[in-house]
Design a protein around this ligand. Structure first.
Ligand SMILES: NC(=O)c1ccc[n+]([C@@H]2O[C@H](COP(=O)([O-])OP(=O)(O)OC[C@H]3O[C@@H](n4cnc5c(N)ncnc54)[C@H](OP(=O)(O)O)[C@@H]3O)[C@@H](O)[C@H]2O)c1
Length: 288
């Protein structure tokens, strides 16, 4: 039986990303009895158990107890205390996968007192299984443990393993934060449409379908986006007039500044988590 259908998964912190994972794993035919998740609130536990037919527990250590792979899906500010609860319950053959923004392999390894850890960065389209997750495994992770991480992250859309953990930090700024940039572009275009006189709903649909179609077209095309853009830019035409204004407004450098700001923030969050968990002085993770 494939890893996707036979693994036992424990999820700690059953919020938005965890629910996307639960839905994706069940859609991949993981039997619900092989999935357990923890949440401190009873109403949330009852809602998820009723919706997905999985076992919900209140203690985080209980979610980890029987799992081959334990997913940490809490907010960064909860990570240190959650690791103190989960770490002592872990057995050597279990692997822990964190999706917590900024949490480094060193923070995870030190905070949990456990060597087999994976740092991953998914993104919001995971909720419709169209996300992309970038992940790096600690050198202590076996091939089988990497397969488990691949199967769990694959339930959210595409996944890419990287050897250098720093690529996960960079992905936090590019693909993890990426939907935010595109939502802002979408909002600006809709507002421009409304400014011209379109009803808001019609402007929304025109922009949404244009964005999805253009993105799919570019992703499937062998051409660089600049070539695609040149193909629709006729001399003295509408695209040329629009591009002139975009360049005058420093679109490219503003985008680049935004991505760099998100990257710096990821590193700040990472450093803070390392200090909070006492991992700052520990030996760095060496990767594969
Ligand atoms: N959402 C995304 O698109 C996305 C993308 C990439 C990475 N991430 C990462 O995924 C993690 C979770 O994000 P999210 O958007 O899913 O946040 P979220 O919806 O707030 O999920 C976290 C859940 O953990 C619960 N919780 C609070 N304290 C807890 C504790 N002590 N033990 C166990 N659970 C606890 C929260 O409960 P309450 O609701 O009661 O507070 C909440 O339901 C974050 O670290 C984030 O960086 C998210």
């Amino acid at each position: 039986m494939s890893t996707r259908r036979s693994m036992r998964v424990g999820i700690v912190g059953a919020g938005v990303m965890a629910e996307a994972m639960i839905s994706g794993l069940l859609a991949d035919h993981l039997p619900p009895e092989q999935l357990v998740a923890s949440h401190p609130r009873r109403d949330r536990r009852d809602a998820l158990a009723a919706e997905h037919g999985i076992r919900m527990v209140s203690r985080n250590a209980d979610a980890a107890a029987d799992a081959q792979i334990v997913v940490l899906a809490v907010k960064p500010q909860m990570l240190a205390s959650v690791m103190r609860e989960v770490g002592p319950a872990l057995a050597d053959d279990q692997v822990v996968l964190s999706v917590v923004a900024g949490a480094t392999l060193r923070t995870l390894r030190h905070g949990l007192g456990h060597a087999a850890v994976v740092r991953a960065m998914p993104n919001t389209p995971a909720q419709i299984r169209r996300g992309i997750a970038v992940w790096a495994a600690a050198s202590a992770c076996s091939a089988g443990q990497r397969d488990l991480a691949r199967a769990v992250l694959g339930a959210l859309g595409e996944e890419k393993e990287v050897a250098d953990e720093e690529f996960v930090a960079m992905a936090t700024a590019l693909s993890g934060t990426g939907p935010t940039y595109l939502f802002a572009v979408m909002e600006a275009l809709i507002d421009a449409g409304v400014h011209m006189g379109f009803p808001r709903e019609l402007a929304h649909d025109l922009v949404a379908v244009t964005l999805v179609g253009s993105a799919e077209f570019a992703a499937r095309s062998q051409l660089h986006p600049a070539q695609l853009r040149n193909l629709v830019t006729s001399p003295g035409g509408t695209s040329a007039a629009a591009i002139y204004e975009l360049e005058k407004g420093r679109l490219r450098t503003v985008m680049s500044d935004a991505v760099w700001a998100a990257y710096r923030r990821t590193q700040e969050l990472g450093a803070r988590l390392e200090t909070e968990t006492g991992a700052a002085g520990a030996a760095p993770e060496t990767g594969r």
